[in-house]
Design a protein around this ligand. Structure first.
Ligand code: NAP
Length: 324
């Protein structure tokens, strides 16, 4: 049987590496990774080549004919672009249409919401509009917030090596439910979804747990025996913080740390104040729940993730980013 041919764009990123690992483990795809010419000598690109994975090297703003050539014979494009480069998916989509790609997964893999709440979500929706204008086959996959990005700091510092951004703030009383997922399960879900004709031209939502901040904190206090130091944030403070981070970002657009802090403030409003990241809202927005498509899939639960966190084996995402 011929294998589905995949081009994975962004295989060295945080989401991309989990998708790459899951596609390799699945062993039923003919996989190629897109490596930027400017990143070809990075160790992350080197590692992919050393694993024997086929790669194509180009830039997404190269002439479209070159992109069309490298997309020849590709069935499915999976885009895991860095949020800062999202708009470079436009030429990739144009080339995918011309090359006859059957399915395009735009870079989503985030929490669902309507437009006008988060700048990143708005850019993603613009990309979807471009896909729809071109009538290109698509699957939009969104997921819960990562467990790996949902870790509060504990007083002993035992989790510090795994924490990218400590989450000790409690918004709106801490009771808003949120969809969550282990970042490693995102890749496993993608491998299933792209083999499934039912998901063509659909939005799919995947999550392993639904928990409020209060439930997360209770779980961590139970497992560690430590009392968390938490900061209550009112809805007005959340909005003021968002406004301040928007201003800081606008003043220095190249500062990656400012971008992450702005994204965190936007996530706080959408997740905790507005309550957008729930199964009910996803269904309202037209998503098909992956849990219904694949009832046999066993997601890692947040509690199991905390057990793993206690072993010290959870890696910190974005090791190169220092948040100031
Ligand atoms: N659900 C959650 O909790 C959660 C958490 C984090 C992210 N996300 C979502 O996941 C998606 C991916 O974000 P991420 O944080 O995983 O990305 P990331 O780690 O910043 O990954 C960036 C990837 O994009 C590549 N890239 C950057 N600029 C490029 C360009 N101009 N052309 C081609 N490739 C380029 C990078 O390649 P190089 O090696 O060449 O730099 C790298 O492979 C986003 O939609 C984000 O919202 C969701």
């Amino acid at each position: 049987m011929t294998k589905q041919t995949i081009l994975l764009v962004g295989p060295t990123g945080e989401t991309g590496r989990h998708i790459l690992n899951a596609l390799i483990d699945d062993d039923s795809f003919d996989l190629k990774c897109f490596i930027r010419s400017s990143s070809a000598s990075k160790s992350s690109a080197q590692q992919i080549r050393e694993c024997g994975i086929a790669t194509v090297t180009a830039e997404l703003d190269d002439p479209i004919e070159e992109l069309i050539t490298l997309l020849q014979d590709i069935d499915t494009v999976i885009s895991c672009m860095s949020p800062a480069s999202m708009k470079l998916q436009i030429p990739l989509i144009d080339a995918a249409v011309k090359a006859g790609v059957k399915r395009f997964l735009p870079c989503n893999f985030g929490t669902p919401s309507a437009r006008g709440i988060s700048a990143l979500r708005d850019v993603k929706e613009e990309i979807h509009d471009h896909v729809f204008r071109q009538k290109l086959g698509f699957t939009i996959i969104d997921v819960g917030f990562w467990y790996q990005a949902s870790i509060p700091r504990i007083p002993s510092g035992r989790f510090d090596s795994a924490i990218f951004m400590p989450l000790n703030d409690v918004y709106s009383g801490g009771s808003t439910p949120n969809m969550l997922i282990d970042a490693r399960d995102v890749g496993k879900m993608v491998a299933r979804i792209i083999k499934d004709e039912r998901t063509l031209n659909k939005r799919v939502i995947a999550y392993g747990d639904v928990m409020s901040k209060n439930e997360i904190h209770d779980c961590i206090e139970d497992k560690t025996g430590e009392k968390l130091e938490l900061v209550e944030i009112s809805d007005t403070e959340a909005q003021n913080r968002l406004d301040a981070r928007k201003a800081a970002y606008a003043a220095d657009l190249e500062n990656r740390s400012n971008r992450f802090l702005l994204a965190a403030a936007q996530y706080a409003v959408t997740k905790y104040v507005r309550g957008d990241n729930t199964p009910e809202n996803a269904r309202y927005l037209g998503y098909v729940p992956a849990n219904e498509l694949y009832p046999e899939f066993r997601y890692k639960s947040y509690t199991e993730f905390v057990d793993e966190l206690l072993t010290g084996k959870i890696e910190r995402p974005y090791p190169d980013i220092k948040l100031s």
